[in-house]
Write a protein that binds this ligand. Structure first.
Ligand SMILES: *Cc1c(COP(=O)(O)O)cnc(C)c1O
Length: 228
């Protein structure tokens, strides 16, 4: 087995055990492989080992890899910060966007989504940790943003996403993820998605209801940002 295939198996065990611990069905937790900074061949290996959903943060890097992988039936998720002048290629080349945090970006994605494609699946990114440095809308802005996004014709609002402030304290991890779930439930919009949990905190996220965990390092190893 390749290292990536071994890592996928190990992450699969972590997801399975976390789901079991909270009486959740293993299949209700999607594994989104975060392949930023990793070469197309790493994605090929992960696909060969059974993964289909891949998340990328940097637009040009993602488009370059997509062009090398057109022979594979992959589902692409955009999970990075979005500049509003770069929305068109995102609307054209991805099935999901997890990082929408303002209406202007949502409006552009809807207007630029090609008519022949299914509506773009959207998660609204929320800042649940209150740190000025983190992206995501403020919880107080969420209801208005969500209502507006549901009106956009070529988007399908699926749920919420968050990247909490990193901490090793499992109780703090769970509290942040529980906040996202409570915000989702309070919207009362029949949203099926919570995109939360990364390599170091996927267990806490699954305990609080994650439907996508976004895993990079635990699948592909440490990232070398010098190569981007
Ligand atoms: C990089 C990244 C991840 C993956 O993080 P790991 O700690 O490597 O698992 C998940 N989500 C987002 C938004 C990211 O930018």
């Amino acid at each position: 087995m390749s290292t990536i295939a071994e890592n996928i198996a190990k992450v699969g065990v972590r997801i399975r055990e976390a789901a079991q611990a909270s009486q959740r069905d293993f299949s209700s937790v999607g594994l989104l492989a975060v392949s930023k900074t990793k070469p197309a061949d790493a994605i090929r290996e992960a696909h060969a080992a059974g993964l289909r959903d891949f998340g990328e943060n940097y637009l040009q890097e993602a488009l370059d890899k997509q062009a090398l992988l057109t022979d594979l039936p992959l589902t692409w998720h955009f999970i990075g910060p979005i500049q509003s002048n770069k929305t068109r290629p995102i609307a054209e080349h991805f099935a999901w966007v997890h990082s929408v945090d303002r209406l202007k970006v949502a409006e552009r994605l809807s207007a630029q989504r090609p008519a022949e494609l299914a509506p773009l699946n959207i998660c609204l990114q929320v800042n649940v940790s209150g740190e000025a440095s983190k992206s995501g809308c403020q919880p107080e802005q969420l209801a208005e943003l969500a209502q507006a996004v549901t009106q956009l014709p070529n988007l399908r609002l699926r749920g919420l996403m968050t990247i909490p402030a990193p901490t090793d304290d499992v109780a703090e991890q769970r509290a942040a993820f529980a906040r996202l779930r409570a915000l989702r439930d309070a919207l009362n919009l029949d949203l099926d998605t919570l995109s939360m949990g990364m390599s170091h905190d996927l267990e806490a996220a699954i305990a609080e209801g994650a439907s996508w965990v976004r895993i990079g390092t635990a699948l592909f190893g440490e990232r070398d940002y010098g190569k981007v």
